[in-house]
Ligand binder design. Structure first.
Ligand code: ZN
Length: 314
């Protein structure tokens, strides 16, 4: 009883103090689930009859901590939008489970527009990108559709999303695999892109070690808009102070160039080479709350669209 109570108190204090400010990392989640389960099992083994409510809350918390992210919820949120959702392809999960990769095309009927690509969830343990894409779809984009059309893939790595892993089920980092054709997720994305040439593409990520945001920009004409994006994003939070990426030096605080050394293994460099004259990778720190991370992504996207539409008018 004592151990269970101490365990519960510890976990609850931890949850209150830490987790309210950010999401648990997969490691913390596993540790807490273990701790909780052990104290729970211990109390059962010794037939400690701590009260029903506490036991219930224990068992719920174990479930919650162990709970895999729910991809069905993503699918439901998309379906609720009554937008034309296309099945880009299915990827296999464990046993007989398979996960759909969704693709949405938004365009006004009078399509004189600049095509834009928005992607999230390439790394499964970075849910803020998926959330940002969903929030983008859930809002009214009528005004935007006068100038742009959108191809949107909310979650490229559903297996990773569900299991909170960066990689796919086969331990493949999708963002290092665009030079190959044998990774199902990559093949699905390539098929979804068809021969489309985009005016702009943005890929949403997050960083577990960063304390602020940063972004990468690639632009064929090198007329960069990164400084303006960084300025706008500072309204949401600070720039990450670390500057460790030697391959992609920053050309202004918080903005790095998509490095030619990367080749075309990553989604954004692949797009820049084959599909889009302008790409952005937006990185939010996981230490921020999910809502704030999603807002950061959307701020960068909206600022970019504002700038691009202004340039188109001139
Ligand atoms: Zn990432």
């Amino acid at each position: 009883m004592f151990i269970a109570a101490v365990g519960a108190a510890f976990v609850e204090t931890f949850l209150q103090n830490t987790v309210k400010n950010r999401e648990l990392t997969p490691m913390e989640r596993a540790t807490l689930a273990n701790l909780y389960e052990n104290t729970y099992c211990l109390s059962l083994r010794f037939k400690v009859s701590y009260n029903y409510r506490l036991r219930q809350s224990h068992s719920n918390l174990i479930k919650e901590l162990q709970n895999l992210r729910n991809y069905t919820e993503i699918t439901e949120r998309l379906k609720n939008l009554e937008l034309p959702i296309k099945l880009a392809g299915n990827v296999h999960g464990d046993e007989n489970i398979s996960y759909p990769i969704h693709q949405i095309h938004l365009a006004s009927s009078t399509d004189t527009s600049h095509p834009v690509l928005i992607t999230g969830g390439v790394h499964g343990d970075e849910p803020a990108g998926v959330e940002a894409v969903l929030q983008f779809l859930e809002r009214d984009n009528t005004a935007r559709l006068k100038q742009f059309s959108f191809t949107i893939i909310p979650c490229i790595n559903p297996y990773g999303y569900v299991h909170e892993t960066r990689e796919t089920r086969n331990d493949i980092d999708i963002n290092r695999s665009f030079e190959t054709d044998n990774v199902p997720e990559v093949a699905i994305v390539k098929k979804a892109l068809r021969q489309t040439q985009f005016a702009f593409a943005i890929d949403f990520h997050e960083d577990y070690e960063a304390t602020g945001f940063y972004l990468y920009e690639g632009k064929r004409d090198e007329k960069y808009i990164g400084p303006q994006l960084a300025t706008a994003a500072k309204a949401i939070g600070p720039v990450d102070p670390e500057d460790t990426d030697k391959e992609a030096p920053n050309y202004v605080e918080g903005v790095y160039k998509v490095a030619t050394e990367w080749g075309t293994e990553g989604l954004a460099p692949y797009l820049l080479h084959f599909h889009s004259k302008h790409v952005i990778i937006s990185e939010t720190p996981t230490v921020w709350q999910l809502e704030r991370r999603a807002t950061l992504h959307l701020t960068i996207l909206d600022t970019a669209l504002d700038i691009i539409s202004e340039m188109n008018e001139n």
